[in-house]
Design a protein around this ligand. Structure first.
Ligand code: NAG
Ligand code: NAG
Ligand code: NAG
Ligand code: NAG
Length: 398
């Protein structure tokens, strides 16, 4: 009799567990139907997955090739095999976390932040330091788009590949290119590197939004922070930049420019956030024809009209463009593009005094001479961070 009772209790326990399982599956499938989930938790999940992947890679030793790693990350096997029956080259830890977050991940894939830079001449070291500062502080994964002269490609590739263990970024290196119709003309009229960035919306057709920075930029905050400003654009805004100057008495455009410029003192293009989907769609007002022109069609006539009057190349063309279309520009405060101009003749960036500098812009070559020791010190500190050490923390400590 007692034996039957035990069997009965066992059966009841099993039944109860099955019921719990069924309920949890039902809950999950209901949840799947409903949209939801903010960006933040997913970012955390991403870093968890990346971290466990990294651990697995180390465990497999240096011999593990790309193929093995792929199978390690192959979640399709997780679906059909219980955790304890996985083939030995599939990383169980990944499956475990993937299963735990499967429904969450399906709802919203992790958004990548796209960062573009144009590097020519002697700018390799400076560019690598900029990319390093972006990697050190950022949370979401980064996609780098590096436009460089051909002789720099191998060095960029070698240096970036030595960081590939980080798994929080991916990169593509492009040659300096122009739209084929007018390529020769652009090359002749302008220093090739100076005008490259104007064509990014036509070259990177698959990319929705992009942060463009000069090589002499250093991130002192996560790229995520400036990236989040994209969501603050109103319906007419397509790009964001900081003012060229805070103090009109020492501004450049308002005293010297021989062409129209945005606002009171113009804008600086060293840090430019773009929603390229909108840039490609928009028809721009202009002072050349009465019809509105698209981004790709406006650049050449603009250059032809103003080439004798512009001093700072692409930045001047952008100023002319947004002079005629002011409703399309989101202006962010000077702390997102902090330059020597903000402290040479007394401090004039109030936001930076109150909240700190978010992005440093060492123009006028101040990272490499002794005119602004503070700029140079920040640059050298970041340049000396060693990412080859197989752990970011160790790289910062030693
Ligand atoms: C990295 O970028 C290349 C193109 O440059 C792309 O083919 C590849 O899928 C990307 N990898 C990841 C993990 O996003
Ligand atoms: C260029 O500058 C000159 C001299 O200031 C001015 O007269 C001329 O109108 C400018 N050209 C354009 C296209 O604005
Ligand atoms: C850019 O603009 C397009 C069209 O308005 C929009 O669908 C997209 O979400 C925007 N991108 C970002 C990152 O806000
Ligand atoms: C968006 O903001 C800009 C600049 O603040 C403004 O000029 C424009 O009218 C705004 N657009 C809309 C649709 O509110």
């Amino acid at each position: 009799m007692r034996r039957y009772l035990r069997v009965l209790i066992l059966c009841l326990a099993c039944g109860f567990c099955s019921l719990l399982y069924a309920i949890s599956q039902l809950a999950v499938s209901l949840e799947e139907g409903a949209a939801g989930g903010g960006g933040k938790p997913q970012a955390a999940v991403a870093s968890w997955l990346a971290a466990s992947g990294r651990g697995a890679e180390r465990g497999a030793g240096p011999a593990s090739g790309a193929g093995l790693l792929d199978r390690c990350k192959d979640f399709t096997l997780c679906y059909w095999n219980p955790y304890w029956m996985l083939p030995s080259d599939v990383c169980g830890m990944n499956c475990f976390w993937e299963a735990a977050f499967r429904y969450n991940l399906k709802i919203q894939p992790i958004e990548k932040m796209h960062l573009a830079v144009v590097a020519c001449g002697e700018r390799l070291e400076e560019t690598m330091t900029m990319l390093k500062s972006a990697l050190i502080f950022s949370i979401k994964p980064l996609q780098f788009h590096i436009f460089a002269e051909d002789q720099l490609h191998d060095s960029f590739k070698a240096r970036l590949d030595s960081w590939s263990f980080l798994q929080t970024f991916n990169y593509t290196i492009y040659p300096i290119t122009f739209p084929s119709e007018n390529a020769a003309e652009w090359k002749k009229l302008f220093k090739p590197c100076a005008s490259q960035r104007l064509f990014l919306p036509s070259i990177l057709k698959e990319v929705d939004s992009l942060l463009y920075v000069d090589t002499d930029i250093l991130f002192l905050r996560p790229v995520d922070d400036i990236w989040s400003l994209l969501k603050k654009f109103n319906s007419t805004q397509i790009a964001a930049m900081a003012p060229e100057h805070e103090e009109p008495r020492i501004g450049w455009y308002n005293r010297f420019a021989r062409h129209p410029y945005y606002g009171k003192t113009g804008v600086n293009s060293g840090v430019m956030l773009m929603n390229m989907t909108r840039m490609r769609k928009k028809y721009f007002k202009n002072d050349m024809t009465t019809v509105r022109l698209q981004w790709g069609d406006i650049l050449m006539p603009l250059l032809k009209k103003y080439k004798l009057n512009i001093t700072w190349g692409d930045q001047d063309l952008l100023n002319i463009m947004f002079f005629h279309n002011p409703e399309s520009l989101f202006v962010f405060p000077c702390q997102w593009n902090y330059r020597p101009d903000h402290c040479i003749y007394g401090s004039n960036c109030r936001e930076a005094e109150e909240e700190g500098i978010f992005i440093l812009h060492g123009n006028r070559g101040v990272y490499h001479d002794d005119k602004q020791p503070a700029f140079r010190a920040v640059y050298e500190a970041l340049r000396n961070v060693n990412l080859q050490v197989k752990s970011l923390e160790a790289g910062l400590l030693y």
